[in-house]
Design a protein around this ligand. Structure first.
Ligand SMILES: Cc1cc2nc3c(=O)[nH]c(=O)nc-3n(C[C@H](O)[C@H](O)[C@H](O)COP(=O)(O)OP(=O)(O)OC[C@H]3O[C@@H](n4cnc5c(N)ncnc54)[C@H](O)[C@@H]3O)c2cc1C
Ligand code: FES
Ligand code: FES
Length: 472
């Protein structure tokens, strides 16, 4: 693990540290990739983690007067899901972000982190490639702009230097005649990386396709274009036959491997099917049908000024000072732990559970600065200056939270190991949406796994709590 942790307060500070410390310092944003990579030994020799997640102003999504959309390096997947601008002008990216992990992962995981991790199965790369995105990279020696199409050199390899930070992701907004979609094939509907994915964007001229872009994920070492399909589609009307031929040409473009998620043949076939589905949905005007109008985000909005609390270097000499359930804690140890272990071992609050330790099960869900997160993926020093809420802090005037009561009444608890995580996610959902539909409840709970009760009673309990809270 790391020796020193720095909660940075500016880009200049970050590039200064990266320049001074060479490859021994590493940027950390949401930590959803990096924590696991360090734990599994994929990332070795990191002495200093430079946490950029408190630098103000880096989570902005904006459009400039030349029609380019800009994403700051701290824009999370949930920021994209909640952005009206992106829904209107970059739908494929929103559809991709909506399918990343679970709400807790989407609250911390950034688009920049997803691009830099550079797995060809990552969700945001094929839509951003389809949207013709570029990255602005900054270092102590200046800035350079790299088109995303030139950023990747192989599986998990990019041209990013160890002294550089991504400071901007930008791309032309879709025009009114352009329609796009992103479709993912995975082994589960949530918390699953792509077996393959495809982005299809077409520019229409009356009823014909003027220009088409088809980009494919997880069928080659880097994201690729299905060039023959793109060329074929130009000038065509989207008939069933045209869609079928475009699907076949997409299959032909794939050069996948066989791995535990799927065979090469399956991947080639299914990516053609995804392209056909995408074209069909575009033809039918149903490209946005998988997005909810009010998607559960599971976080409250923090002000920029609040995020600045807790910046500075956190090492053994400086205690982690944090607030848990309204009470101030000063931790002199635990600097190289996860937040989950800090909460359980050092604060003695053992209601928050460890199920998987990999962000998969949600048993460790807590609120970090009012957002649901997987505490097993948060480095403990990120808690310095933060507000944390755990299951122990959920009572209201010494009474159980209505969600807790409803779980008991509806038999939504058996062994109870998963229950604290479910309560945290459910209560946050009801804060942001007092009348959730069944689908919204299910989506909000996609990051929480239960191995014994099953989900019917849990969904019923959340619905019951919602009704009770509305009546109060
Ligand atoms: C349970 C689970 C489920 C997941 N599901 C999915 C999924 O369905 N689809 C998917 O695509 N991904 C998934 N992921 C992967 C992950 O959440 C994403 O890749 C995430 O977007 C990474 O962003 P981060 O901010 O957490 O990156 P971090 O972990 O903080 O960093 C990742 C890498 O990017 C670098 N980095 C971060 N920001 C910058 C920057 N601004 N400039 C330069 N370098 C930077 C870091 O140094 C590091 O090398 C999942 C992860 C988990 C744990
Ligand atoms: S998600 Fe953190 S312990 Fe399983
Ligand atoms: S109640 Fe046992 S795992 Fe959910």
């Amino acid at each position: 693990m790391w020796q020193t942790y720095i909660n940075a307060d500016s880009i200049e500070q970050v590039t200064g540290i990266l320049a001074d410390r060479g490859g021994r310092a590493k940027i950390v944003a949401g930590a959803t990739d990096l924590m696991l990579e360090m734990e599994k030994g994929v990332q070795k020799g990191i002495e200093i983690l430079v946490d950029v997640s408190r630098i103000p102003g880096l989570n902005r999504i904006s459009e400039d007067n030349q029609g380019n959309i800009h994403l700051g390096p701290l824009v999370t997947h949930n920021d994209c899901v909640g952005s009206k601008l992106l829904r209107e002008k970059a739908l494929p990216l929103v559809l991709a972000c909506w399918q990343v992990g679970s709400p807790q992962i989407r609250n911390r995981g950034t688009v920049a982190g997803n691009l830099v991790t550079a797995s060809p199965a990552n969700d945001t790369i094929s839509p951003l490639m389809g949207l013709n995105a570029s990255l602005t990279l900054s270092s102590n020696t200046g800035q350079r702009i790299v088109p995303l199409s030139e950023f990747y050199t192989g599986v998990r390899k990019t041209v990013l230097r160890s002294d550089e930070i991504v400071v901007d992701i930008f791309f032309p907004a879709l025009r009114t005649n352009e329609i796009g979609i992103y479709i993912k094939n995975a082994l589960r509907k949530a918390q699953a990386i792509s077996v393959v994915n495809a982005t299809v964007i077409v520019a229409m001229k009356e009823d014909r396709i003027d220009r088409a872009t088809v980009t494919l994920g997880a069928v080659a070492p880097v994201i690729i274009h299905a060039t023959e399909a793109e060329e074929y589609l130009s000038g065509k009307v989207l008939t069933d036959e045209v869609i079928k031929i475009a699907g076949d040409l997409t299959t032909k473009a794939a050069r996948p491997i066989t791995d535990l998620r799927g065979t090469a043949d399956y991947r080639s076939y299914i990516v053609g099917v995804l392209a056909m589905q995408g074209l069909e949905k575009i033809r039918n005007g149903t490209e946005a049908e998988t997005l909810l109008d009010n998607p559960p985000i599971l976080r409250s909005k923090m002000e920029d000024k609040e995020s600045l609390l807790g910046t500075g270097e956190i090492s053994q000499a400086t205690p982690i000072i944090t607030t848990i359930n309204g009470q101030k804690f000063i931790f002199k140890n635990g600097h190289q732990k996860t937040l989950l272990r800090l909460i359980r071992e050092d604060a003695g609050l053992i209601g928050t559970k460890e199920g998987c330790g990999e962000g998969e099960c949600g048993a460790c869900t807590v609120y970090l600065d009012d957002a649901t997160v997987m505490a097993c993926l948060v480095p403990a020093p990120r808690a310095h200056g933060a507000q944390i809420k755990t299951i122990e802090g959920m009572t209201i005037n010494n009474n159980m939270h209505p969600v807790q009561t409803a779980f008991i009444e509806e038999g939504a608890v058996q062994c109870g190991y998963c229950t604290p995580g479910f309560i945290m996610s459910s209560a946050k959902l009801l804060e942001e949406n007092p009348s959730p539909s069944d689908m919204e409840i299910k989506q909000a709970l996609t990051g929480n796994l239960c191995r014994c009760t099953g989900y019917y009673n849990i969904v019923r309990a959340v619905d019951k709590a919602a009704k009770k809270m509305r009546e109060q």
